[in-house]
Structures are given as C-alpha cells and as structure tokens.
Design a protein around this ligand. Structure first.
Ligand code: F6P
Length: 439
C-alpha cells in the first residue's frame, strides 16, 4: 500500500472497547483495518455539538469520531439515509419518503465530515469511504483540496436506474462517483446497474464481494462449547439471524415455515425455527411496523403446536452465543428481499462442523447468492418456493449436505475479509497488494 496509511471513513464507527456493534459493515471492517493499521473516522453514535471530536487508539487503529447534532440525526441519518436512500437502494420505492431539506442536510453532513477529516490526512494516505451515507464525501474532500487516492465501497445493493432518478438532485449524486479513483460494489449485478446509472464513472467500478474472518468465527464459537439452543429438545434447528429490517424478509421465512407445518403437521415435532432479531432504527415507522409483522407471524406459529415450533428474540445477543448458534444450526434461513451481501450466510458456512454440516437457504435477492451457488436458492418473496426449500433442507441426506458445504466453504475461505481488503486496496493504490498480517 504505497507508503501512506489507510484512512477508513464510515457513518458508523465501532464503540470504544470493542463493544458489540450491529451490522455487517463494522463487523467486516474492524478485522480488516486492525490487520492493516491506520485511522478510522466517522460518527461515534452520540448526539452533541457539531465540533465535538474524540480520539482514541486501540492497537494499530486510531479512531477519530464526531457527534451528529439532533438536527443532523433527524434529517441526515433517519431522514435522507434511512427513509429515502435505504428503501430506494433496496428496490422498494413505495417505502421511500423525502422530506423538505433532507437532501441538503445529507450533503451538509458529507461536507462537514470532509472538513473535519481533511486536517488528519497526510500525503500518501489511501482514503476508503464506506456506504451510502457518505457517497458524496469524495467530491467534498476534493473540494477541500484532497488530491490523493480515494476509494468508495457501496455495501448495499444498487437499484435500477429509474429508482435513482426518483431522487431530486440525483445528477449530483451520480457525478459524485467521479471523485473516486475506485468504486467497489458487492456483486456483478450491482456493477452493471451502477455503470448504467453513472456511465461517466463506469471505468472505475468493480465488484469486490465482501468476506468474513472464518477462523475468527470458529474461535468465537469455541468460547460457547454447549449447544446454543436450549429449546431444541431433539429437533433440527432452522436459524434466522438478522438486524430487524424490512429488507430481510423475516416474515417470509416465518410464513413459509407456517405453511409447511399446516401442510405437514408432523414437522412441528421435528424442527424448531429460532429467529433472533437485533432491534434497529427503531425511530422509523416502517421498522416499528416490521416488528409487528414479525410478532404476528411468530404468534401464528406458536398457536400451531406445543411445544412451540418457534423461538423468537428481539435483542442483541452475546457474540459468542451467536457464533455458537451458527455452528449448531441445522439450516440457516437468509431470505432477504434485497441485500448487499448478507455476511451471516458466510458466517454460517464458516462456523459449521465439516463432518455434519447444515444447509444454507438463500433468496436470490441476497448478494451472497451470486457467489454461494451451492446453497438452496429460491426467488425472493416466493413463500411457496421457500416452504419447499425448508422441507428439502430438513430432509437432505448428509452426503449431499457435505458436498454442498465443501464447495461453499472453499468460496468463503478464499474470499475472506483479508482478501477483500487486500484486493480493494491494491487496486486503489494502483500497485502491489499491501502486506496484510492475520488479525
Ligand atoms: O450494512 C449496511 C448498513 O447500513 C451499514 O452501513 C450500517 O452500519 C448497518 O447497515 C447497520 O445500520 P445502522 O448503522 O443504521 O444501525
């Protein structure tokens, strides 16, 4: 990586002391940045005055965080990021809302972050900006005089061009991609769509499917040796593990399981669906409504049999319990309507036992479906196809499970997070791959 440091910029920055953080971005970036070393700049998660900066060092990483003002949290984070861009990027225009002044607030936060970061940058640094919150940071940094290398990675899906066009000022957003030397996307589908939408920056776009730290996942699971599922009572466990978001298709999998039990009541005695959802963006009405949908679907399942064929929790659970759950589950249900990658699919594969692996069920809206082709893949939102895939997974002979898992595991191991980081940074630097030691 030339001679400079790596400077990561993201909306969300891990809390001090490595406390649990919900969401794939921090989970993926933390080991990557720890391996390379450098600086991580972004929102520390607090509400306060615009000039409040905090600095701390943990190992090889210096964290520089700022607060958002209450106005910014409302207009930038909850507003333009999560009520406008989020549903549009996930192909759900019917959920998108744009309130007056929120685009301007979003741009202003991008400009403010650029102004705060600029004095920390040194010649030779590689700047790596993450996700839709800060898409415009590149052009703001250029306006602030930064001439060094700058890359952007888009963690979420790219929609069809007409959905971008629904955003007033979208031409400014499209032009913003030209400020970056490299624009990374999760899938080839995303690359094709963004090239179509922002053709002037097409030459700098490439797919870098994000990975995980497979060894780290297994080590974490090892800290919880007992079976993660107290309510198992001899049944196979179907696991759903998500941030509680309407993009994740949680009601779809609950409804598909309900449909299977109504057709074949004996399944309730053979399988338990465990759904652990981490509360997220709770101030936004669509997230509150999604929780009610999940609760209703869980209630319907509970009424079907005793003992209950479902266990549902809405909380952030300890990381080692979550890792053990991914190891001990017989089937993992990743059923997003649309999603950037769904790292949980890769975590499941990495955590499983090679001698008796479980089955991964994916919908084709998950970014992971482009790489993990030996999963059982069904069309997003197709409840009947999902019910059939669940049935097939529960009945799959161990030899077929092993065969599928071996191919999935090879992909997950090879495309791990260190390789993702190395690949992006080598391309951004335009030279040799940087030295990345194991975390
Ligand atoms: O992975 C997509 C993403 O939006 C990340 O950028 C984000 O940190 C994560 O989901 C969790 O969402 P939030 O930061 O809004 O809690």
């Amino acid at each position: 990586m030339a001679d400079g440091r790596l400077v990561v910029v993201s909306n969300r920055v891990p809390a001090a002391g490595g406390r649990v953080s919900v969401g794939g971005l921090v989970a993926a970036l933390r080991p990557a940045l720890e391996a390379v070393g450098g600086l991580w700049f972004g929102w520390g998660g607090s509400i306060g005055p615009a000039d409040a900066i905090e600095r701390r060092r943990e190992g090889r990483v210096e964290f520089v965080t700022c607060a958002l003002t209450a106005d910014e949290e409302e207009g930038y984070y909850e507003g333009f990021c999560n009520r406008t861009l989020w549903p549009l990027m996930h192909g759900m225009p019917e959920r998108a809302e744009l309130r007056a002044g929120e685009y301007e607030r979003w741009r202003a936060v991008n400009a403010r972050f650029a102004a705060l970061l600029r004095p920390f940058l040194e010649p030779g640094d590689l700047v790596w900006v993450h996700d839709y919150h800060l898409m415009a940071l590149g052009s703001e940094l250029r306006a602030a005089g930064w001439e060094g290398r700058a890359g952007y990675f888009h963690h979420i899906p790219v929609p069809e061009a007409e959905l971008w066009n629904a955003i007033p000022h979208h031409l400014e957003i499209a032009a913003g991609f030209e400020a970056y030397d490299l624009v990374g996307l999760q899938t080839q589908r995303d690359v094709a769509r963004l090239e179509w939408y922002a053709p002037a920056a097409a030459g700098r776009m490439r797919a870098f499917p994000i990975g995980i730290d497979p060894q780290g996942m297994r080590a974490l699971a090892g800290q919880h040796p007992a079976d993660a599922f107290e309510a198992r009572t001899g049944r196979q466990v179907l696991l759903g593990l998500d941030r509680l978001d309407y993009t994740k298709g949680i009601p779809d999998r609950l409804t598909a399981f309900e449909r299977l039990i109504r057709r074949r009541p004996e399944v309730a005695a053979e399988a338990l669906l465990v759904q652990w959802s981490a509360p997220s963006r709770e101030g936004i009405a669509d997230y509150q409504a999604e929780r009610r949908l999940v609760d209703d679907a869980v209630g319907r399942l509970r009424a079907l049999a005793s003992p209950s064929p479902v266990e549902a929790r809405h909380e952030v659970l300890p990381a080692e319990l979550v890792a053990a759950a991914l190891r001990d589950a017989d089937v993992c249900l990743v059923t997003s309507r649309a999603d950037g990658m769904n790292l949980v699919a890769k975590e499941f594969v990495a955590a499983q036992r090679p001698e008796a692996p479980g089955v991964l069920v994916l919908t084709d809206g998950c970014g992971a479906a482009e790489e993990l082709t030996d999963a059982l893949i069904v069309p997003s939102g197709d409840i009947e196809a999902l019910a059939e895939a669940i049935e097939r997974a529960l009945e799959m002979p161990v030899e077929e499970r092993r065969q599928r898992w071996r191919s999935l595991a090879a992909t997950v191991e090879a495309g791990n997070v260190q390789e993702w980081c190395r690949g992006f940074l080598a391309t951004l630097a335009g030279g040799e791959a940087p030295e990345v030691s194991e975390p």
